[in-house]
Ligand binder design. Structure first.
Ligand SMILES: Cc1cc2nc3c(=O)[nH]c(=O)nc-3n(C[C@H](O)[C@H](O)[C@H](O)COP(=O)(O)OP(=O)(O)OC[C@H]3O[C@@H](n4cnc5c(N)ncnc54)[C@H](O)[C@@H]3O)c2cc1C
Length: 412
């Protein structure tokens, strides 16, 4: 049986890995390299993700896959410290003492926020799919906490979409980020970056006889009379699409519900000094062209890179604003008192399909793993609801591979 997998991101490569153990697999990847949102660039003698990444202790499928691929020894659990930047100051918000001292929330706000964090794991997030995050926060934490804490976070993450985002997304986001000790969140990172996961998956697929074609987009899909699908004119017994549903439909694939997506633009910089007071993740409260400044080397050891690596994280709707990279860097220099010559290098990475926007009612848009004889799995699949993640990609890939395998078994 010949299977075509469209997309060589984490979902596509994981699906190829599971399926290539039994079937003949071809992966088509539009870009010059594999990895998709999890791809990396070389820095000195290691690699760094184009978009900041870490994993969580509850990522069962991802951790099992890394184990299977022999990467367990490279997985390091590190402390992710956090802070909030407002009006020229960084407020550390990692330890209970720092949180108590934080002046921009009242004691009442802090108690309500603390209770919400403790309870987040107990809510059934999907039951809140029809409620907006705004309504949920106002109800549980009140107006002051909404205005001074949540509103800037929602604005930076979802921009114009922010008032449409569901409480299901918010609750799961809080729950996933609640694995905290006194020194911060416990977050996982691979010694040579997540590029080693992409490389290990690709190597395993090739060892199993699969082929990975980069720089070859799927540009046309056609259904045959037998009910199977052709990709770029080539017949396959099964096709797995991991790309955004609207792209699949535009290529001639089955019609799927329109899932809203947003784009991401991320500047990566090498700096000559730490400008974040040793903090990993600094959310920016004031209106800025980026929503968070991420000090990668305040998380992964500085010695691995020999310079301070910082990301500026931003999301956009539809189209990237003109001159965005320059605007982000200029703002960062002004806001964080950094001079240009302290930035040794920088580049910006953008992707218009950086993730679904979990608006209210999203749950009803999730496509099944098989639609009209074509298989699909990706950031839009149920394991990625209500927040996409590496764990969700691996879980969706495993589920679609099992769907194909059991469909084949029932044919025998
Ligand atoms: C800024 C940012 C930060 C993140 N941080 C984290 C984190 O800390 N922890 C975490 O768990 N997750 C994180 N994620 C999420 C994680 O990166 C994704 O969930 C995961 O990588 C998605 O993989 P995917 O294969 O489904 O999609 P993608 O990576 O988007 O892969 C899809 C692939 O399909 C290719 N493609 C598109 N069209 C075609 C075509 N016509 N033909 C062939 N190929 C095509 C694309 O080039 C791409 O390579 C983050 C994402 C972003 C954007």
């Amino acid at each position: 049986m010949r299977i075509c997998i469209i997309g060589g991101g984490l979902t596509g490569l994981s699906a190829a890995y599971y399926l290539s153990r039994t079937y003949s697999v071809d992966v088509l990847e539009a870009s010059a390299e594999t990895g998709g949102l999890l791809s990396s660039s070389p820095v000195h003698d290691t690699n760094i993700e184009r978009y900041y990444h870490h994993c969580f202790s509850g990522d069962a499928h991802l951790l099992a896959l890394m184990d299977e691929l022999g990467l367990a020894a490279d997985l390091t659990w590190l402390n992710g410290s956090t802070g909030y930047f407002s009006e020229g100051r960084i407020y550390p918000l990692t330890t209970p003492f720092e949180i108590l001292r934080y002046p921009l929330l009242t004691l009442r706000d802090k108690i309500r926020l603390g209770l919400l964090t403790l309870r987040a794991g107990k809510y059934r997030a999907s039951s809140y799919d029809d409620m907006t995050a705004d309504a949920f926060i106002l109800d549980t934490c009140g107006r002051h906490a909404y205005d001074s804490f949540f509103a800037p976070l929602l604005r930076s993450k979802f921009g114009d979409w922010r008032h449409e985002v569901s409480a299901a997304w918010l609750i799961s986001r809080i729950a996933i980020r609640s694995d905290r000790g006194p020194q911060g969140e416990r977050l996982g990172y691979l010694r040579h970056g997540y590029q080693s996961l992409i490389t290990a998956l690709s190597d395993a697929v090739r060892r199993n006889g699969g082929a990975i074609h980069t720089g070859i987009p799927a540009h046309a899909l056609e259904k045959t009379e037998e009910g199977t699908w052709m990709v770029n004119g080539a017949p396959y017994d099964a096709v797995v699409s991991t790309v955004r549903p609207s792209i699949l439909t535009s290529l001639g694939g089955p019609s799927l519900p329109e899932i809203p997506y947003q784009g991401a633009a991320c500047v990566t910089m090498g700096l000559s000094r730490d400008v974040l007071q040793g903090i990993y993740w600094v959310n920016v409260k004031d209106e800025a062209p980026y929503g968070a400044v991420i000090g990668h080397t305040n998380f992964a050891p500085f010695e691995w890179y020999g310079e301070h690596i910082v990301y500026l994280a931003s999301y956009f709707r539809d189209r990237l604003p003109e001159g965005h990279e320059e605007r982000m860097i200029t703002d960062f220099c002004n806001r964080f008192s950094v001079s240009r010559d302290e930035i040794r290098w920088h580049y910006m990475t953008t992707d218009t399909a950086a993730g679904p926007v979990y608006t209210t009612g999203y749950r009803n848009l999730i496509p099944p793993y098989e639609v009209d004889g074509l298989y699909c799995a990706g950031m839009f699949s149920s394991p990625n609801y209500p927040e996409r993640s590496m764990e969700g990609s691996v879980a969706a890939a495993q589920a679609v591979a099992e769907t194909i395998t059991s469909r084949e078994a029932s044919r025998d």
